[in-house]
Design a protein around this ligand. Structure first.
Ligand SMILES: [Zn+2]
Length: 221
């Protein structure tokens, strides 16, 4: 039976150099915030996603990766192999699809955070969904531009928290009508009837990210 699922397809773990989120903390806070389904998308890494999936009992976990391409970041979810960074946008999307994955464009117009911007037109045929609300995007007009494009091009929309710290979990999510099978959830997003919720996370996570990166760099000295 389909029900209303709260979905957040953009969460990081401590496998990302700018996050300190442990798998058990993600599960704990996702439950606390009533999130039913998450995608773990570390920067150029999928090991953390497998760890979260392994310990999750009731929350549906998609394996994913936020991949840095030559022209900005792309998310692949529902994959099972790591895709290396640094390739062209087209090649990267092609590999996500070959891997059975679902292509999400994160914060496309956030020029402070590696959005792919107008390069999205090169890969429109691969795009399954676009983030029209990313809680970490500091300036709302970046999110608004993404929403405008999604409407113009009829691209399914997502709201995502882009959590790197526990207090960001639940700040944004998408509601879809679906049963708990992964293919059904992706199909529900593709249909484009999702309801989006989100509030901006403000400056705090960016300061935390700066401090975590610094701490991890110091540890390597
Ligand atoms: Zn991210």
């Amino acid at each position: 039976m389909p029900r209303r699922l709260k979905v957040d397809m953009h969460i990081h773990t401590y496998y990302s150099k700018d996050s300190d989120l442990a798998p058990e903390v993600i599960i704990k806070y996702a439950k606390l915030k009533g999130i039913d389904c998450i995608a773990i998308v570390d920067h150029n890494e999928i090991a953390g996603a497998f760890e979260v999936e392994r310990i999750s009992k009731d929350i549906i976990v998609f394996i994913g990766e936020e991949i840095k391409t030559e022209s900005g970041e792309v998310i692949g979810i529902n994959i099972d192999k790591k895709i290396k960074g640094g390739m062209s946008l087209r090649k990267t999307c092609n590999l996500i699809k070959k891997n059975g994955g679902f292509v999400i464009i994160p914060h496309p117009f956030d020029m402070l955070r590696s959005g792919i911007g107008k390069n999205i037109y090169e890969i429109m045929d691969y795009v399954d969904a676009i983030e029209v609300f990313n809680a970490r995007t500091l300036f709302n007009h970046f999110n608004e531009r993404a929403r405008k494009l999604a409407v113009e091009e009829a691209i399914p929309m997502l709201a995502s928290s882009d959590s790197h710290f526990f207090y960001e979990i639940g700040n944004a999510y998408t509601i879809v009508e679906s049963n708990s099978e992964k293919e059904n959830i992706l199909e529900a997003i593709r249909k484009g009837h999702a309801v989006l919720f989100g509030k901006g996370s403000g400056i705090r996570p960016h300061i935390s990210t700066f401090l975590v990166k610094l701490r991890k760099q110091l540890r390597q000295l």
